[in-house]
Every structure is written in structure tokens, then in C-alpha cells.
Write a protein that binds this ligand. Structure first.
Ligand SMILES: *Cc1c(COP(=O)(O)O)cnc(C)c1O
Length: 360
């Protein structure tokens, strides 16, 4: 296995130290970007080629670039964490790389090898390591690898010119002023994924289709939208960008099975972690009636959602047109699972599963 040759052009005008200090003190989310970006391109003849790190900046794009018309695109979301000793780490990056390979197959893209993906992310984080915030308040450097159809062509077929990039953006705590339960809106008008569709792929199209449902949720005073299965309109799938868990009074935890949902890396990690904490985890179909009746009877004691951005968040009440399920009684296990995961990510607990990957 040979590693990618990456050429680097340093940014001649990097953000100065005092401005950087200002940004890192209050980074927000997805607003500020680091001094550099990673790119590599693919064509059928040359394969992946011309891997490079260059100053961050706009891409010149022909208006006929295929992604702008047919949405052939996949992306990933991950974070780099600074530990108290100054070192910088990512969490299970090979899982993000493997998921991008699966998304790529669904979107008819060439596959970027797992080791090249990890090398690209490592290289960018190393070059822009001063942008990784201190760990206070769960700050991190959010990493956005993505692949898109960069061929200039309006015919409908898989692109013959593909670009993979990584950009990075410092991120503040997802919850300002402490973790608080999210309220959910159950949409009966929209679904996010059908059998044979692309629900399991991390692609912009799924987000485009979720926006109007999210608008509906906001209009009803809820934080996030929850989607049901497209076929029967009965089984809980997930939120727009987070997976769901249902904690029972006997310690069992149920999470919707894979298939049409996005296979979250946080979701998979929690399955392992909960097992270690002595909980039995069931991956199966879970109906909206089971949710309603379980909370009503007290058999469901907690509901939580998970994803890279928020890590783990308690779920409060669930509303739909003409009905409501109140918030479950507790958030104890939710907060314990959250803490356990965050402690591993920030190097404050033993990494028993070997999840952390050191970059700096
Ligand atoms: C990214 C994403 C998640 C969460 O996945 P993580 O790997 O845990 O960040 C869940 N649902 C959807 C639709 C997503 O796009």
C-alpha cells in the first residue's frame, strides 16, 4: 500500500494569531474556515490524482458542473479534538472513510480508499493544527470531507470527473448553557427514505428533502423533525441528522434497525458502549405506537438522539397534528452515555475500544 503524494501550497496570508484567538473563543458552527483545504481529483483514465493542500478559498465553477444540476454528492462529518496535553485526535476516522465508500457506491462514484481518506484528513488537520480549539466547553475542529460531480456536462450519467475535498471549521459547544432536551415534531406529510432509496447514504439530497419537514417542525414550535418509514408510516426512523434510542425500565435499549436510516458512527459506538455499561441493545423496527404507549406506561424511561454534532441529546416531548407524547421521566442514562463518549473523545477516560486516532 503506497500512500498518496500530497503537495502543499502554504497560505501566504493566514489568519493572524490575535484574530484566531478571537474566533476560537467563540467559534459558533460552520462560520469560520481554516487557512487551507484539501483536494484530490478523479478521472477514469488517471484515477485519483493531483492530491494537494492549498489556501482555503472559492472554487471557480462552470455553471454546467454536474453536481449543481443532479446533486451527485456525498459528504462526511467528523471532529478533531484537542486533549489536555495539547495532542490532537479524531474519533474512528476509518469508519467515516468506510461510510463514504458505501455512500459513493450508492451515488455511482468512484471509491476513495479508506487509507487515502484518513491521510487527507490527517494532513489537513496537521497543517491547520493551530485551528483546533482548546477542549473547554466541548469545542472541536469540525471536519467536512465531501465528494462531488465536478464534470462539466449536462447529460445524465455518473460524472467522469470527480473531486474529493476536506475543509475544516472550528466549532463551539452544540448546547449553549447546558444540555437540554430537544422537542420533536412527527411529520406525517414527508418521509426521508424509501426502500431502494438513498436513506443510508450521507448525501446532500437527503438534507434537501428534509428541509421543508424541518420548517414544519419549527412552525409547530419544535426543535427537530422525526421521520417515519415511507412504506407503512408506522415505524420510527430517525431525525433529519440524528439517530434515536429508546431506554426501557428494565435496562433494555432499542434503536431502529439499519436499512433506510443513516448508519451513524455515534449510533454504532453507543451500541458498544451501552453493552459495556451492562445494557442489552436491540436493533429492530420500533413503532410510533410503541413510543407513545411506552412513555404513557412508564416502560420507556428515556429517549435520546445522537450524532457527531450534538454527541447525545435527550429527547423531550413529541408532537404531531392532533397528538402529543410527553417527555419521558428521566435523562440519567442519556447523560451517562453522553459523558462516557465525550470523555473518550477528549482523552479523559480510557479508550477501551481503541477508537481514538492521534494526528498531532
Ligand atoms: C450524519 C447523520 C447522522 C449521524 O451520524 P454520525 O456518524 O453519528 O455523526 C444521523 N442521521 C443522518 C441523516 C445523518 O446524515
Amino acid at each position: 500500500m503506497t500512500s498518496m503524494q500530497i503537495s502543499t501550497t502554504a497560505n501566504a496570508n493566514p489568519v493572524d494569531d490575535s484574530r484566531l484567538t478571537e474566533i476560537l473563543a467563540n467559534p459558533g458552527f460552520g462560520i469560520h474556515f481554516t487557512d487551507h483545504m484539501f483536494l484530490v481529483e478523479w478521472t477514469p483514465d488517471a484515477g485519483w490524482h493531483d492530491a494537494r493542500i492549498q489556501p482555503y478559498g472559492p472554487l471557480a465553477m462552470d455553471p454546467a458542473t454536474a453536481v449543481l444540476h443532479y446533486a451527485q454528492e456525498t459528504f462526511e462529518g467528523m471532529k478533531a479534538y484537542r486533549h489536555d496535553d495539547g495532542s490532537v485526535w479524531t474519533f474512528r476516522p476509518e469508519e467515516n472513510a468506510a461510510r463514504m465508500v458505501r455512500s459513493s457506491r450508492r451515488l455511482a462514484f468512484p471509491e476513495l480508499p479508506v487509507e487515502d481518506f484518513v491521510q487527507a484528513v490527517d494532513a489537513l488537520v496537521e497543517v491547520d493544527q493551530r485551528w483546533v480549539p482548546d477542549p473547554s466547553g466541548e469545542k472541536s475542529l469540525y471536519l467536512r470531507p465531501f465528494m462531488f460531480a465536478s464534470e462539466v456536462f449536462l447529460g445524465v450519467r455518473p460524472a467522469q470527473h470527480v473531486t474529493f475535498m476536506v475543509i475544516a471549521s472550528p466549532a463551539g459547544a452544540y448546547f449553549k448553557g447546558g444540555v437540554k432536551p430537544v422537542t420533536l415534531w412527527l411529520t406525517e406529510d414527508y418521509t426521508r427514505a424509501g426502500r431502494g432509496g438513498m436513506g443510508a447514504a450521507k448525501t446532500g439530497g437527503n438534507y434537501a428533502s428534509s428541509l421543508v419537514a424541518q420548517q414544519e417542525a419549527t412552525a409547530h414550535g419544535c426543535d427537530q423533525v422525526v421521520f417515519l418509514d415511507a412504506q407503512e408510516g408506522k415505524y420510527v426512523e430517525e431525525l433529519g441528522g440524528m439517530n434515536l434510542y429508546f431506554v426501557h425500565d428494565d435496562g433494555r435499549i432499542v434503536t431502529p434497525e439499519t436499512g433506510t436510516i443513516l448508519e451513524g458512527i455515534t449510533r454504532a459506538s453507543i451500541i458498544e458502549l451501552a453493552g459495556k455499561l451492562g445494557h442489552q441493545v436491540e436493533e429492530r423496527r420500533f413503532s410510533i405506537d410503541e413510543w407513545r404507549d411506552g412513555v404513557a406506561s412508564g416502560r420507556i424511561t428515556e429517549v435520546f438522539a445522537c450524532g457527531t454534532a450534538a454527541v447525545v441529546t435527550p429527547v423531550g416531548s413529541l408532537k404531531w397534528d392532533g397528538g402529543e407524547v410527553p417527555a419521558p421521566a428521566s435523562t440519567d442514562l442519556t447523560m451517562r452515555v453522553r459523558q462516557a463518549l465525550v470523555d473518550v473523545q477528549y482523552g479523559r477516560a480510557e479508550d477501551a475500544f481503541g477508537w481514538m486516532h492521534r494526528i498531532v
